[in-house]
Design a protein around this ligand. Structure first.
Ligand SMILES: [Ca+2]
Ligand SMILES: [Ca+2]
Length: 311
């Protein structure tokens, strides 16, 4: 009888295991202290086997790792490896991947690769070996202004030359209803002689000792074409009061944001964002500089949903 079974099994094609039917999935990091939504990952063998068969799946990625950025069920016995069993006389096995909030901001989100790493001797080969998983980081911004009150206290206008150009507008992001306020810079009809140059500066600086990097994002809209434009900048030596272009004050451009700004007069909201690394330990002031508009001609610029995340 044993010999009969053995010879039968020898007649089968070698069993293959593969991720099936999906090869990728997406998830979202839960809010802090909330439970993540489990995702079930399915593997299938090409035929039923007569005994339990085990498979090791290695999980790698840019996240903080097992227990911090995710857990699995069954749990991992060694870090990064899930062992699952395809039961005898079945051809499918599953495990669950559960995102966790790790308290760490990952600007690139979490990109995991699951790889079938080791197979039991009754499974002879591997089909689709990799499964990819993207989990969107859900870290709350430590600084967020949607200008529900405008001007509010989070930003202060500091005029380097000319007249005040930063005001408030309705028609904020995204619905452009009059009640949805945002900040707006425009020198047109504001008076004064020559070009104006005015900074909308964070009132309270970011404590550089608390962060290694910052991720700055905002929604930007331009209503009118005309002279001048805006630039996102930051300074680690501005005093926080007085002329933002006083002797010794230096501002560094947020070049990726500035390269991505919408063209003047395009009348479409656009999200801009930039990662700033190695900010050092000094206080950091972020500002939006509106420069070059005159009372006779000025492009206009709206800012909404100004957000800063970081670790
Ligand atoms: Ca996170
Ligand atoms: Ca708003």
């Amino acid at each position: 009888m044993l010999a009969f079974l053995f010879s039968c099994e020898e007649d089968y094609e070698p069993a293959t295991i593969t991720f099936y039917p999906a090869l990728n999935a997406t998830g979202v990091e839960p809010e802090e202290n909330a439970t993540g939504t489990p995702l079930t990952v399915v593997l299938r063998t090409s035929r039923v086997l007569l005994e339990d068969s085990r498979v090791n799946i290695r999980i790698e990625g840019n996240g903080a790792g097992y227990g911090n950025s995710y857990t699995t069920f069954p749990p991992q016995l060694e870090p990064g490896v899930v062992t699952i069993t395809v039961p005898a006389e079945e051809n499918e096995a599953t495990f669950r991947f559960i995102p966790r909030n790790d308290g760490v901001f990952i600007p690139t989100d979490y990109q995991y690769t699951f790889t079938i790493d080791e197979i039991d001797n009754k499974i002879r080969s591997i089909g689709q070996k990799h499964f990819s998983m993207t989990v969107t980081d859900n870290t709350a911004a430590f600084f967020l202004d949607n200008f529900s009150t405008c001007p509010g206290t989070n930003f202060t206008e500091r005029v380097a030359s000319g007249v005040s150009t930063w005001g408030c507008s309705g028609f904020g992001y995204p619905d452009e209803t009059p009640a949805n306020l945002c900040r707006e810079a425009n020198a047109f009809n504001k008076g004064g002689a020559g070009a104006s140059n005015s900074y909308l500066v964070m009132t309270t600086p970011i404590d550089g000792t608390q962060y290694d990097f910052l991720y700055i994002s905002a929604q930007v809209y331009s209503r009118f074409t005309g002279a001048g434009g805006i630039k996102f900048v930051y300074s680690t030596n501005y005093s926080g009061t007085g002329n933002p272009e006083a002797d010794g004050v230096t501002w560094t451009e947020l070049t990726e944001i500035n390269a991505a700004l919408p063209a003047a007069g395009t009348q479409d909201w656009k999200e801009v964002a930039q990662l700033v690394e190695n900010i050092g330990d000094d206080p950091v002031y972020i500002a939006i500089q509106h420069n070059g508009g005159t009372t006779a001609s000025s492009s206009s610029w709206r800012i909404d949903d100004f957000s800063i995340k970081g670790n």
